[in-house]
Design a protein around this ligand. Structure first.
Ligand code: MN
Length: 735
């Protein structure tokens, strides 16, 4: 077993605390917290059979050995009361102050993070570490959590085999790296060896035996070197402590497996540490050692001048001793040594008497450990990364990506600042994004543009058959979501267009057949191309699209296509008028003339609202004169007996015609404004406008009445409207 059994009593906690705490007030606070914890947990037992509170004492004891402040020890004693008993955060705050309550609450939240084994496809240890750090805004929370985990690992033998595997894996992947980042190597090494023992007992024992076998020989060499160096330092009157070091088992295993080193290679290195009084002593000592022993070039590292990112400071050198034996030598001061063991905890060892300010301490910690709040920047591999690499990583991983949210199953999703449930949805799956209709964040329904925060638990409501809204593009933060939404909308638009083109082709085929022509003969690309320009279009797609949306009249197309002229074409009339009566103007209200008839009352039909340039026909009413319809108006079908030819007279730029349009569009904000703008850009007066929103399909229908001079202007307006963001269809209306 990597750890000796121990049972910590409250006395042990107090003995340890009294080593650095003298204030009777502080000690009384700790005692009060211990009493309260004992009461709360009085009916609970650990799996080992011990009273539960023993775990609380043990956690507090570990914290006290790191010389943390009294508040942190109190939090250590109370760390499980919110989770395991009926005590609320408010109660804790009342009894022990806001600070202690906050630490305990954060520890509880982090404990609630679900973590699954490596076999889980959603396993992301790196993200768990990030989430852990992001949630622990106060470094004391991490210290308590690490102490908690250390004691749980020390007592892991009482758990089921399955729990042992899961907890050990989590410790190795999440907790040990965090301890390493904080420079708390004492805890890191112990967590690693304990995990190693449970995860790979065979290897653990194999390496333990190999180490044991070499021990005597190594000890002899190290002792010899120690006495040589001691003698030398004494001559120079340098105060020092010197001792041999042994690597912990997991680090040997790690070097063998990851760095592919043989056991002998690792164990050939003998390690010695010298701890002196001052920084100057460190450099002096290094100088004397290099003067006496041959250093291996390139192995000198000055971490005093340039500390590691976890604050570690020391001089490292590798020298060749007697019989060619190689020694790794570390030289550092007492303070540096404490930091090397207990990292962040050592650096901010609680000093009684000096006024303690938690906020100031946290601020100082964050300044010194600038990565702490930006933990994500540091992967374990780049501990020795250069400053520029470090900054680049920080920029990429932290400032761009620093919101960590979770699925209800505990999968951690990292998102950029300001990300929304839609960004989240697209990270889960494209289909989840496409069909998202609602979001639940921390059990409450929220709008899809809500900003997410670290620690939020997010789930997405989807509805089959729905699609993304163009509006989403205004608030999504990830490129992934933006690109997927755009791709979807473009694809839909193309599909819709394709459908319309097919519809247009069918309209024309039907019209040809109806008029007794063989469609095959005329539905020919070349023949069709010849007449595009006459309808203000330039390609097949637009031509058929306009046919489907009734912008182009199929009757007119058939006539042009088959050269089957009606008795009087509007163009013919105009040509004739220009030729024969160039100056004559008919000042009619409608702009329509009926050949041979001059005194008849002529009005435009309200149902189809013809505009100048439309293919038109007259309908002789009983008593109200001639109503002029568009040729394709449904209301005159089968009324052939009453129909007479009518023609547009010379164009009059003053005359205006009403026209009704219906627009179908994806619902979005400012839709109506943009539609109205599209019309007003063409200078056409807008007479009426109304909008209906269909909540179920997230679309809107807009009805417009506008005034135009002629068909050409109307076609331009319709084209302008079609280009408006979100618009799916624009049609002229026949009532
Ligand atoms: Mn606990």
């Amino acid at each position: 077993m990597p750890h000796e059994k121990e049972s910590i009593s409250f006395n042990d906690v107090m003995t340890e605390a009294k080593k650095y705490l003298a204030s009777s007030e502080s000690l009384a606070d700790i005692e009060r917290a211990a009493k309260f914890a004992e009461d709360c947990h009085k009916d609970q037992k650990r799996k080992s059979g011990e009273p539960y509170v023993v775990h609380c004492y043990a956690v507090a004891y570990i914290l006290a050995t790191m010389h943390v402040g009294p508040r942190t020890i109190e939090a250590g004693l109370l760390h499980d009361v919110i989770e395991d008993t009926n005590v609320s955060k408010e109660q804790l705050a009342e009894l022990f102050g806001e600070e202690v309550a906050e630490i305990v609450e954060s520890v509880t939240k982090i404990g609630a993070l679900q973590f699954k084994g490596k076999n889980d496809p959603e396993y992301q240890a790196a993200n768990h570490r990030k989430l852990f750090i992001a949630m622990a805004r106060d470094v004391r929370v991490i210290l308590v959590k690490l102490a908690d985990r250390l004691h749980n690992m020390r007592t892991l033998e009482y758990q089921s085999e399955e729990s042992q595997q899961r907890i050990a894996a989590e410790t190795l992947d999440v907790y040990a790296p965090i301890a390493h980042r904080l420079g708390i190597s004492a805890i890191k090494n112990e967590l690693e060896d304990l995990s190693f023992y449970y995860l790979n007992r065979e290897e653990y024992y194999r390496i333990a035996r190999l180490v044991e076998a070499k021990k005597a020989e190594r000890d002899a060499s190290v002792q010899k070197m120690i006495s040589e160096i001691s003698e030398m330092l004494a001559e120079h009157h340098i105060e020092y402590r010197i001792f041999g070091r042994s690597k912990h088992l997991y680090s040997i295993y790690h070097k063998m497996v990851v760095r592919q080193k043989r056991f002998d290679e690792i164990m050939d290195l003998l390690a010695i540490r010298i701890v002196t009084k001052t920084e100057l002593n460190c450099y002096e000592t290094l100088g004397y050692i290099h003067a006496k022993y041959k250093p291996i070039p390139g192995r000198l590292k000055d971490y005093i001048a340039v500390p590691k990112s976890n604050m570690y400071q020391s001089l490292h050198t590798t020298i060749i001793g007697d019989e060619g034996k190689i020694f790794e030598v570390q030289i550092r001061t007492e303070d540096m040594d404490a930091v090397a063991e207990n990292g962040v905890a050592a650096h901010w060892r609680y000093k009684e008497g000096s006024k303690y300010d938690a906020r100031a301490e946290q601020k100082e910690i964050e300044e010194r450990l600038s990565w702490l709040s930006d933990f994500a920047a540091l992967t374990d591999e780049n501990a020795d990364a250069t400053a520029s690499e470090y900054m680049a990583t920080l920029q990429r991983d932290v400032f761009d990506v620093n919101v960590y949210v979770m699925t209800p199953k505990g999968r951690v999703i990292d998102l950029p600042n300001g990300a929304t449930p839609i960004d989240f949805a697209y990270r889960i799956h494209t289909d989840v994004g496409h069909t998202a209709v609602g979001a639940i964040v921390n059990d409450a329904m929220v709008p899809l543009n809500t900003e997410l925060h670290t620690g939020d638990v997010v789930s997405i409501k989807t509805l089959k058959g729905t699609g993304p809204s163009e509006d989403w593009l205004k608030f999504v933060k990830t490129n992934q979501a933006r690109n997927k939404i755009r791709a979807y909308l473009t694809r839909k638009e193309a599909e819709r267009k394709e459908e319309k083109v097919e519809q247009g082709e069918k309209v024309l085929t039907d019209e040809l057949r109806k008029r007794g022509f063989e469609p095959k003969e005329y539905m020919d690309k070349k023949k069709l191309e010849n007449i595009y320009s006459q309808f203000n279009v330039h390609n097949h797609t637009d031509f058929m699209y306009n046919l489907a949306t009734k912008v182009i009249n199929p009757t007119q197309v058939v006539e042009k296509l088959t050269n089957q002229k009606r008795p009087l074409q509007e163009t013919d009339v105009l040509t004739r008028l220009n030729k024969e009566q160039p100056k004559k103007r008919y000042a009619t209200k409608t702009g329509i003339i009926i050949p041979g008839i001059e005194s008849m009352k002529i009005s435009l039909a309200n149902c189809c609202l013809p505009v100048y340039g439309d293919e038109i026909i007259g309908y002789v009413t009983k008593g109200v004169g001639v109503k002029v319809h568009r040729c394709d108006c449904a209301n005159i079908k089968g009324q052939d007996a009453r129909l007479i030819d009518v023609h547009w007279e010379d164009e009059d730029s003053e005359r205006m015609y009403d026209s009704d349009l219906t627009i179908l569009a994806h619902d979005r904000s400012f839709l109506l404004t943009d539609v109205v703008t599209a019309v007003s850009q063409t200078k056409a007066p807008l007479i009426k406008v109304s909008m209906n929103t269909h909540r179920d399909t997230l679309t809107s229908t807009i009805k417009l009445r506008i005034q135009v001079h002629d068909l050409e202007q109307l076609v331009n307006i319709m084209a302008n409207l079609r280009r408006t963001e979100g618009v799916m269809n624009v049609e002229r209306v026949s009532h």
